[in-house]
Write a protein that binds this ligand. Structure first.
Ligand SMILES: C[S@@+](CC[C@H](N)C(=O)[O-])C[C@H]1O[C@@H](n2cnc3c(N)ncnc32)[C@H](O)[C@@H]1O
Length: 220
């Protein structure tokens, strides 16, 4: 059986070795378009782990202005738009954003290419709900803290952050990309002005099951 992550892992390794750890995303989307390379996370359906998180916390009165971090091919953003959120969805890879526009030409989502680490200043504390699923785990551990701080900084006062990520124990090896987060890493959000209001450490329905965290934080 071929490893669907082989190309992504090779590109990530090369990019990190070259000191440009964010460059491989656009390369992978381009390779997928040109040569049919596999984008391991692109299932072309909304993320079932995110849907399940939302089911568990949907009693919370979320405000309408939403931001999807690292939106990939747009399936989660479209689902959130269908729920009635006014959603901005961004990705560092312009090819992914072009694909969102092509796949959903009548979309109400505001798709744009942007880097989390250089987000527009007007996004600061601007969103009632920020959704992060699977982006932190593809950033090398050295960039995570900065990424988490940047994500927390996008949540409006009283707003919420939804997180879905791979998980591991502190004593587990970091593994290969996607690199699972530890509980203490996830807890870093609480150092950036957020408080945890829901947290689940679980195994999903994949075969074999994958250990994940899904959580909701409120801007305190
Ligand atoms: C593992 S994928 C997950 C995509 C989508 N959330 C999903 O579940 O299908 C992570 C996405 O984050 C994007 N990304 C990585 N670093 C980013 C950054 N610094 N700013 C914005 N997007 C980024 C990648 O291009 C990629 O599309």
């Amino acid at each position: 059986m071929t490893d669907k992550r082989a190309i992504a892992r090779r590109l990530a390794k090369e990019a990190i070795a070259a000191g440009r750890p964010l460059e491989w995303f656009e390369k992978l989307y381009l390779m997928a378009k040109a040569e049919g390379a596999t984008i391991p996370w692109a299932d072309r359906v909304p993320n079932p782990n995110l849907l399940a998180l939302y089911e568990r916390i949907k009693h919370i009165p979320f405000g309408p202005k939403a931001l999807k971090v690292g939106c990939g091919l747009g399936d989660d953003a479209e689902w959130l738009s269908g729920l009635g959120f006014y959603i901005t969805a961004f990705d560092i890879a312009p090819t992914a954003i072009a694909e969102c526009h092509a796949r959903f030409p009548a979309s109400k989502v505001n798709y744009l290419a942007a880097d989390l680490f250089a987000a527009p200043p007007e996004w600061k504390k601007a969103f009632d709900i920020v959704i992060e699923s699977y982006t932190l785990q593809v950033l090398p551990p050295g960039l995570r803290t900065k990424a988490m701080q940047a994500i927390a900084g996008l949540v409006a006062p009283g707003g919420h952050l939804l997180l879905v990520t791979r998980a591991r124990d502190e004593s587990d090896p970091p593994g290969d990309m996607p690199w699972p987060l530890t509980r203490s890493e996830a807890d870093m959000f609480c150092s950036y002005g957020l408080e945890e209001i829901y947290f689940e450490d679980y195994r999903d329905n994949e075969s074999p099951p994958v250990r994940r965290f899904r959580a909701c934080y409120r801007h305190s």
